[in-house]
Design a protein around this ligand. Structure first.
Ligand code: ATP
Ligand code: MG
Length: 805
């Protein structure tokens, strides 16, 4: 009815309205941050459904993270209710997994295939690099993995690469061998790596047009968010899906009862041969392209009009997210990138607060500033969940965590994968994979001697050889312990492992036709962990770490129970898929009420009332590895732009003068991006040197500075209050007072201080000592000092509060 329709379109500006209501084969929405791209996409879906122009099953929407997919689904359901069921809203990877699970048997995989995450494929590549002795040619597992990934994103395989590579170069030859072998091993293990998920789906569509037609018939509306970050393989996938139905071969009828239901049944007709391709809507912002290093290609946006002639283009310019001060800063920064279309974002939300700048003495001092500000905002009524702290590299989170724990600021690290990277969780997953996909040799090998069963390398090799000789899998060989030529004790151990796996298989993968109960995954996992002896071994250990491991495994079992509740018909393969596709932005436990910590890459698409961008220093942002990359510094600028445009009301930019990084303490220089922001927009707060009168802050800063050796915290008291040890508080030295509080001012500089071995010096904290040696050059000169009472220290001469005696 009309009122509902108004609802759907209420509050949209004219350009947004056009983007929601335009109907045609291709629509490109290009716009800066916070201009409502994602909102428009969501409303467009709702409008298609509400107007009965499309059935839910005809919609495929692609988001950048699972979390974004969940939010978009919720919003559409919020607008039009249950009628939204059956839409595919997911990431590229999830959509491809769904397709591959249905179709993999077409080309030599089974639907239980394993998904190798980056760690898994690294492990496999490492083994192959060793076997092919590729390290002799300077190839490292990391470099090989990076190159393979890049090639796959270009839809290139070992063969096609070999055709254009210089194969007289032995390093190239061995790389091609490793690449080809890697692909063979994946196939043998019935596994896809992350890049394959996309690439092999494209291959599937190209090799089997009738399969592609099935999906072309189904999806009549394809919508892609964050289009600027699609790589070539993803671009090709979209292209395949939006082609007209070819009608080649015998197209399987999705509603025919061929034993396997291909799709959820829908009453509506699907497209027939000769029908035009699906309508395609993409939204993006070339200023936010931050994945070029992973093969994303901005040209996918700029060439959209060429690829889809007659495409409608809509520009959005009003930003609804941020205050004008924040936007002006963002506009000023991104304006320094050449080679871009100038677009000026504006906001009618008023100027708002100034941006707050802070220069700390060290990263701990900087972290203390963040914690203090967070607390002040919280006291003023802002929920913790509305605040976020960004950094360029994951390692920067450590100092923040230390201070947050001490200051009892509740926080969560966005990086959901961390939990699944723990050794014990990987072991548990390997047990599950060994059941779900017995062809996955790497998983079976991983659990072979976990817990210790006395099965060593010799036995492992014997099993592998036996499997090879008899043309069976490694897993199958375990069922014949008597024939492996190993001693009776080891035979018994293997037989026991085989029995446990078989028992779990019976629970989780019952005979055809039988539906496993919802709790099968949780029950199977519990059985594997207990009957394998894995849990007992941990419990018997005296290592306190093992206690935490038992807790983590309990947590993991709880995850499987949650899964059962949410997916009553979910199988072990569904569960493993979900785990494999957890990404950084998908926090594991969605406890609200905590500050979110994440990298700037992870922050894409999100928004918070208050944002802290930390470590705004040269070598961090722009990152030093970007310096040598073509377009590197520009991509870093876009990343910084993404970071600052997440903020609704408050933006904080902070840096430290010295930073312990890459195993050394170095002098940090303010990022060039800071200079690009008009000075009038930033209100620089005092740095520790100028706050001698405010004892608390100064002491904490000093204390933080001293806390170098803070160890990992137990997981239990993550949010517990840890009072500061009083005895460590003492007045800050006068030398500290001289540290200027503005990045534009000069830093403390001992640049000309001549020091040589044998000199005696005095340090404001450590007292007197003797210089043993001086290493490094220029700003990085380091004095190795043996203090009379404080022991040996390494000091960065340029900034250390020292004087020569
Ligand atoms: P990004 O580039 O960061 O992904 P975006 O262009 O996708 O941003 P959205 O996240 O869709 O922008 O919107 C930014 C904010 O503005 C959201 O909070 C959204 O609800 C709000 N918004 C969008 N359009 C309007 C509107 N017409 N009226 C009021 N608020 C709006
Ligand atoms: Mg968005």
């Amino acid at each position: 009815g009309a009122p509902a329709q108004d609802d759907l379109l209420a509050g949209l500006n004219p350009q947004q309205l056009e983007a929601v209501t335009y109907r045609g084969p291709a629509l490109l929405i290009v716009a800066g941050a916070g201009s409502g791209k994602t909102s428009v996409l969501t409303r467009r879906i709702a409008s298609l459904l509400r107007n009965r122009e499309a059935w839910p099953s005809q919609i495929l929407a692609i988001t950048f993270t699972n979390k974004a997919a969940g939010e978009m689904r919720e919003r559409v359901e919020g607008i039009i209710g249950d009628a939204a069921r059956g839409m595919w809203i997911s990431t590229f990877h999830s959509a491809c997994v769904r397709i591959l699970r249905r179709e993999a048997q077409q080309f030599g995989f089974t639907k239980n295939f394993t998904i190798y995450d980056s760690g898994d494929s690294r492990a496999l590549i490492k083994r192959l690099v060793k076997e092919h002795e590729a390290d002799a040619y300077g190839l490292t597992p990391a470099s090989v993995q990076g190159r393979i990934s890049k090639l796959k994103n270009e839809l290139s395989d070992a063969e096609s690469y070999a055709r254009q590579a210089n194969m007289t170069d032995p390093a190239e030859r061995v790389f091609v061998e490793v690449f080809a072998d890697y692909q063979r091993q994946l196939q043998r293990a019935n596994a896809f790596d992350f890049d394959d998920l996309i690439g092999q789906t494209v291959y599937l569509f190209r090799a089997f047009p009738q399969v592609a037609d099935t999906y072309r018939r189904r999806f009549r509306h394809i919508l892609v968010d964050e289009y600027q970050d699609t790589n070539h393989a993803q671009y090709a996938l979209i292209h395949e899906l939006t082609r007209p139905v070819s009608g080649v071969g015998s197209a399987p009828d999705p509603y025919a009862s061929n034993g396997m239901m291909i799709f959820e049944p829908d009453p509506e007709p699907s497209a027939g041969a000769g029908e035009p391709g699906a309508s395609l809507t993409v939204v993006g912002d070339s200023d936010q392209s931050i994945y070029a290093f992973r093969g994303a290609d901005i040209r996918n946006i700029s060439e959209f009009e060429r690829d889809f002639p007659g495409a409608k283009v809509v520009l959005l310019e009003q930003n609804y997210r941020s205050t004008q001060n924040i936007l002006s800063a963002a506009n000023a920064v991104i304006g320094n990138n050449f080679d871009r279309k100038d677009k000026k974002l504006w906001s009618d939300r008023g100027d708002g607060d100034k941006i707050i700048g802070f220069t700390g003495y060290s990263q701990h001092d900087e972290a203390q500033f963040v914690a203090d500000e967070v607390e002040a905002l919280h006291r003023a009524g802002m929920p913790y969940s509305e605040m976020a702290v960004f950094y360029r590299t994951n390692s920067q989170s450590r100092a923040l965590e230390e201070i947050f724990i001490r200051s009892a600021v509740p926080y969560k690290i966005m990086g959901g994968t961390k939990f699944y990277e723990r050794a014990e969780i990987k072991d548990a997953l390997a047990y599950l994979v060994a059941v779900a996909n017995p062809a996955d040799e790497m998983a079976v090998r991983r659990i072979l001697n976990k817990p210790r069963r006395g099965i060593g390398d010799v036995t492992e090799t014997a099993i592998a050889r036996f499997a090879d000789e008899h043309g069976i899998t490694f897993r199958e060989a375990l069922s014949m312990p008597g024939q492996l030529g190993v001693g009776p004790k080891i035979q018994a151990a293997i037989a026991q492992l085989d029995a446990v796996l078989a028992e779990a298989t019976a629970i989780m993968l019952p005979a055809t036709g039988e539906v496993p109960p919802p709790t099968s995954v949780a029950d199977g996992l519990s059985l594997l962990l207990s009957k394998s002896g894995y849990l007992d071994a941990l419990r018997a250990s005296r290592d306190p770490q093992d206690e935490a491991r038992v807790e983590n495994l309990d947590e993991f079992v709880a995850v499987t129970r949650d899964f059962a509740r949410n997916n009553p018909e979910g199988t072990i393969t569904d569960f493993l898929t979900e785990v494999a596709l957890v990404s950084d932005a998908d926090d594991l436990d969605d406890e609200s009420g905590s500050v979110s910590l994440m990298t700037m890459h992870t922050a894409k698409g999100l928004e918070y009332d208050a944002v802290f961008v930390t470590g705004v220093e040269e070598d961090l942002i722009p990152h030093r590895i970007s310096a040598g990359e073509p377009g590197g510094p520009q991509e870093e600028r876009r990343l910084f732009y993404v970071g600052i445009t997440r903020a609704r009301k408050r933006l904080h930019l902070s840096l430290a003068m010295t930073r312990a990084q890459f195993g050394e303490v170095s002098v940090a220089m303010p990022s060039r991006f800071l200079q690009e922001i008009p000075a009038a927009l930033i209100d620089w707060r005092q740095s520790p040197g100028d706050v001698n009168s405010r004892g608390g802050m100064q002491s904490r800063a000093l204390n933080a500075r001293r806390s170098g050796g803070f160890g990992g915290s137990g997981s239990g008291d993550r949010f517990g209050v840890k009072p500061l040890p009083r005895e460590s508080l003492k007045p800050l030295s006068t030398a500290m007072d001289k540290i200027p509080n503005r990045v534009t001012a000069k830093m403390r500089d001992n640049g000309d201080l001549e020091l040589t071995a044998g000199d005696r010096i005095r340090h404001v904290d450590f007292g007197e000592g003797r210089v043993d040696a001086v290493t490094g050059e220029g700003a990085k000169r380091i004095a190795h000092v043996r203090f009379d009472t404080a022991g040996q220290k390494k000091l960065l001469i340029k900034v250390a509060p020292i004087e020569k005696l």
